[in-house]
Design a protein around this ligand. Structure first.
Ligand SMILES: Nc1ncnc2c1ncn2[C@@H]1O[C@H](COP(=O)(O)OP(=O)(O)OP(=O)(O)O)[C@@H](O)[C@H]1O
Ligand SMILES: Nc1ccn([C@@H]2O[C@H](COP(=O)(O)O)[C@@H](O)[C@H]2O)c(=O)n1
Length: 215
């Protein structure tokens, strides 16, 4: 079984994807970390995010740990959102994501284009969203709890810019798959959002089985 979880920045899709993976006993991949790793690599060797050539060279991730706390910083997220628009960067990260989605037994992946490009065959697709103000408050709380500086107004501006870039790029933009289930978590705390996601996923799976075995 493959579960695709997409949505804008700080919508809570990673939290939901991890919970779905635990619930269904599946491995989980946060695909945003791959783009953040390319961004951190580029930043560390002083590359220019405006250059597709330099960003593509930074796709060799052998020297980056996906556990590096710097991956979570706003500057790295912001560079990631710029370099993720390059078709050559997306192409370099494609196999790793598709192989993860295609592993025996299935997987849960979260990102921007999982239900549309990486795993269009997914059994369950969730599109998780929340208002930009709610997402900004969540992101500020997260950054402060990690000991990183954060100001609400700056985070709102950054999230709006990232949403606009992610949605308007030509290659694999952030968009809701036609068969995705829309989940707005603006009014939900973490537990409520997770339990809504599990209920929706289980219902979608039941409906698919019923369609295959009509009475
Ligand atoms: N429903 C919720 N209510 C309150 N806080 C939440 C909720 N869902 C997630 N959070 C918190 O908001 C922050 C962002 O959540 P998360 O990392 O899951 O979002 P994301 O969409 O995966 O972000 P990104 O796009 O940056 O990867 C985390 O600190 C998380 O604990
Ligand atoms: N499937 C994906 C995942 C992420 N991106 C880009 O990476 C940036 C960072 O991702 P986070 O989920 O960690 O915030 C994000 O702003 C996207 O631009 C992507 O393009 N496709």
């Amino acid at each position: 079984m493959v579960i695709a979880v997409d949505g804008p920045a700080a919508s809570g899709k990673g939290t939901i994807a991890k919970a779905l993976a635990r619930h269904f006993g599946l491995p989980h991949m946060d695909t945003g970390l791959l783009y953040r790793a390319v961004a951190l690599n580029l930043f560390r060797f002083g590359g220019d995010p405006a250059s597709e050539f330099e960003a593509t060279r930074a796709c060799d991730l052998t020297s980056i740990s996906l556990d590096d706390p710097e991956l979570r910083s706003e500057i790295v997220g912001s560079i990631a959102s710029r370099i993720s628009a390059y078709p050559a960067v997306r192409e370099r990260l494609l196999d790793r994501q598709r192989n993860f989605a295609g592993q025996a037994g299935g997987a849960v992946l979260d990102g921007r284009d999982i239900g549309t490009v990486i795993a269009p065959q997914a059994d369950v697709k969730l599109f998780v969203t929340a208002s930009v103000e709610v997402r900004a408050r969540r992101r500020v709380a997260e950054l402060l709890s990690r000991g990183m500086p954060a100001h609400l107004e700056d985070v709102v501006i950054d999230l709006k810019a990232r949403d606009a870039r992610d949605s308007s790029r030509v290659t694999a933009p952030l968009e809701e798959a036609v068969d995705a289930i829309h989940l707005d978590t603006s009014e939900m705390d973490i537990d409520a959002a997770i339990s809504a996601a599990i209920d929706l996923a289980e219902k979608r799976l039941r409906d698919s089985v019923d369609k295959l075995n009509p009475v």
